[in-house]
Design a protein around this ligand. Structure first.
Ligand SMILES: NC(=O)C1=CN([C@@H]2O[C@H](COP(=O)(O)OP(=O)(O)OC[C@H]3O[C@@H](n4cnc5c(N)ncnc54)[C@H](O)[C@@H]3O)[C@@H](O)[C@H]2O)C=CC1
Ligand SMILES: O=C(CO)COP(=O)(O)O
Length: 338
């Protein structure tokens, strides 16, 4: 069945997902917030800033108008950075009020809201109340836009408390290179998605400092331990962290040069300042603000997150990376599975 889908956010992930949904036979409007980008997508069928060599299916229609994007819409996919989710949701609800449409809401963003510490489905459900929409579904997993653009075989998770809605989303996205599993643990999926970006900054930093594969494996494994600890304290199911949105996404983000979080960490390890790195990246590095939220949540719940704390010290307190590594290695000996 052809569905009418609005994809909100024309960065690398929004563009690739809009393209995939179009190739799956759906009618897709891609909402961008820059006129020049709308013209480029509609006339050149490219988005060279985010995806230099990617050719977008000409059936993808970009628009600057949210009302146009949401016309007759069946499903809305939010793919803007975390810090824009609430602002965009407020705009969406104004249009839905006018049209009386009640679409299914999805998001594919990865972060936790600064200040409130909320997960993105919590932000969306606050701003788009239940009587204005159908269910909420979260998409997450190991999926760099650059690889999906090349039709690399990719598997991710569609999570919702409403499993029928998750199955509808599964069918929407599945094709011969993109496979979706359903999951009912929204908390675990969103916590894994957000927190892996913090560890990826650490993995990049270790690479930039010249550490090798043993160090990387230790960081990923102990990173997963602290991600799970915090997630479970907020109600996540432990098993979710060994799934696609947990260890799967942690592996891809800690090992791929496509990861903006890994790249930011690598440049930190090579001695660049955070300010310069973020200025030059030209794309969102979610892990920087997530580090602050995770650090605050860990303190609030009294959860031990030594790696996240070390990264917080480097990003927010200008501490020396090598000193932080020394502190981590010289912590008191522990039981592995405590
Ligand atoms: N790039 C990737 O491979 C993947 C990204 N994600 C997640 O998807 C989210 C978006 O990431 P990307 O597409 O990579 O980001 P990006 O940095 O490539 O692009 C973000 C887009 O959102 C737009 N935007 C920013 N603020 C806005 C606002 N207030 N209103 C409207 N549009 C706004 C920007 O103009 C830009 O077009 C992030 O949370 C990221 O963690 C998830 C999986 C894969
Ligand atoms: O979440 C991602 C891949 O699954 C993208 O990671 P980055 O935001 O670090 O590029």
């Amino acid at each position: 069945m052809t569905e009418k889908i609005a994809v909100l956010g024309a960065g690398s992930w929004g563009t690739v997902l809009a393209n995939l949904l179009t190739e799956n036979g759906h009618q897709v409007s891609l909402w961008a917030n820059k006129e020049k980008l709308v013209t480029e997508i509609n006339q050149e069928h490219t988005n060279v800033h985010y995806l230099p060599t990617f050719k977008i299916n000409p059936k993808v229609v970009a628009t600057l108008s949210l009302a146009t994007a949401l016309q007759d819409v069946d499903l809305i996919l939010f793919v803007v950075p975390t810090n824009a989710i609430r602002e965009v949701a407020k705009k969406v609800v104004t249009v839905l009020n006018e049209t009386g449409r009640k679409p299914l809401i999805m998001h594919a963003s990865k972060g936790l809201e600064q200040g409130t510490h909320k997960r993105l489905s919590q932000v969306l459900s606050e701003e788009i109340p239940e009587n204005e929409r159908q269910a909420l579904v979260v998409l997450s997993g190991p999926s760099h836009a650059e690889d999906v653009a090349n039709r690399d075989l990719t598997s991710i998770t569609a999570a919702s408390v409403d499993l029928e809605a998750a199955k509808r989303v599964q069918q929407l996205f599945m094709n011969d290179y993109f496979r979706i599993y359903t999951n009912d643990d929204v908390i675990g999926v969103e916590m894994g998605a957000a927190l892996k970006n913090v560890i990826a900054i650490g993995a990049g930093a270790l690479h930039g400092l010249g550490y090798g594969d043993n160090t990387k494996a230790a960081l990923i494994t102990r990173g997963l331990a602290e991600i799970s600890r915090l997630g479970v304290a907020f109600g996540a199911k432990p098993l979710t962290f060994i799934g696609l949105s947990g260890v799967g996404d942690l592996i891809v983000t800690c090992t791929s040069v496509h990861s903006r979080n890994w790249r930011a960490g690598n440049q930190l390890g090579q001695g660049q300042s955070l300010e310069t790195i973020l200025k030059n990246m030209g794309m969102v590095v979610e892990g920087v603000s997530t580090t602050k939220v995770a650090h605050e949540l860990a303190q609030q719940k009294n959860i031990e997150m030594p790696i996240t704390t070390a990264i917080y010290h480097v990003l927010y307190e200008q501490k020396n990376i090598r000193d932080e590594i020394t502190c981590l290695m010289q912590r008191e000996g522990k039981m592995e599975m405590d």
